[in-house]
Design a protein around this ligand. Structure first.
Ligand code: HEC
Length: 193
């Protein structure tokens, strides 16, 4: 019995200590604060376990079609993924160096994630990191699947291909102005005779 009382007292002291540490402002929320390696390890385990559990959407049949991959490159570019993750021939935005955890180079992670897992991450985001939920940001499921199709091919996408796939549609260099319809010509005196 005495041992239980000691454990109970110990638990209360720890709970009070934790409350003082977190609510007393001692925990440092700075993005520059380094995570102890055990926390860093635990966060990665928790992230993978969670993605494994929740990612169960089935990819559409068109996931390997070149047209889907190319459409995905366009969506990837328009959703600004490259600002944080870079893209073939496109540099990360400078601010991405200030994110903590830092956004990974996607061509190094896409082979470790299934299409369903990639879909889930892009759709839902990763809480308490800089990775946004693109469903909350208004992207449709089929757009997100096209991004997944592109991500799966990303390690082999050449810079020139990415540039071509994401180029804006060709427009005439000079805007073509349609002339206004000619005003009704005043009746000539000759016709008025
Ligand atoms: C504002 C910055 C930002 C933008 C924009 C962003 N991401 Fe991320 N992304 C992150 C960060 C930060 C992480 C790392 C999260 C972590 O370590 O848990 C991440 C992680 C990921 C991961 C890896 C998840 C894993 O389990 O390893 C994928 C895949 C990903 N992002 C895809 C995308 C795609 C696709 C887009 C565009 C639709 C995008 N991201 C846009 C910041 C961003």
């Amino acid at each position: 019995m005495r041992i239980l009382a000691v454990i109970g007292a110990f638990a209360i002291v720890i709970a009070i200590g934790a409350a003082v540490f977190f609510f007393g402002g001692y925990y440092n929320v700075a993005g520059t604060a380094e995570d102890p390696s055990i926390i860093h390890w635990a966060l990665i385990q928790v992230r993978s376990a969670s993605i494994n559990r929740y990612a169960d959407d089935v990819p559409p049949a068109s996931i390997n079609d070149p047209a889907t991959v190319q459409a995905g490159a366009k969506v990837f570019s328009s959703l600004s993924c490259a600002s944080c993750h870079g893209a073939p021939g496109v540099n990360w935005a400078k601010f991405s160096e200030g994110l903590h955890p830092d956004p990974p180079d996607l061509k190094e992670v896409v082979d470790h994630l299934t299409p369903s897992q990639l879909f889930w991450v892009v759709k839902n985001g990763i809480n308490m990191t800089g990775m946004p939920s693109f469903a909350l940001a208004g992207a449709k499921d089929d757009e997100i699947w096209s991004v997944v199709a592109f991500l799966k091919k990303l390690p082999n996408v050449k810079e020139a291909d990415y540039k071509a796939w994401t180029a804006p549609p060709l427009r005439p260099a000079v805007p073509v102005l349609t002339p206004p319809p000619p005003a009704a010509a005043p009746a000539s005196p000759a016709e008025n005779k």
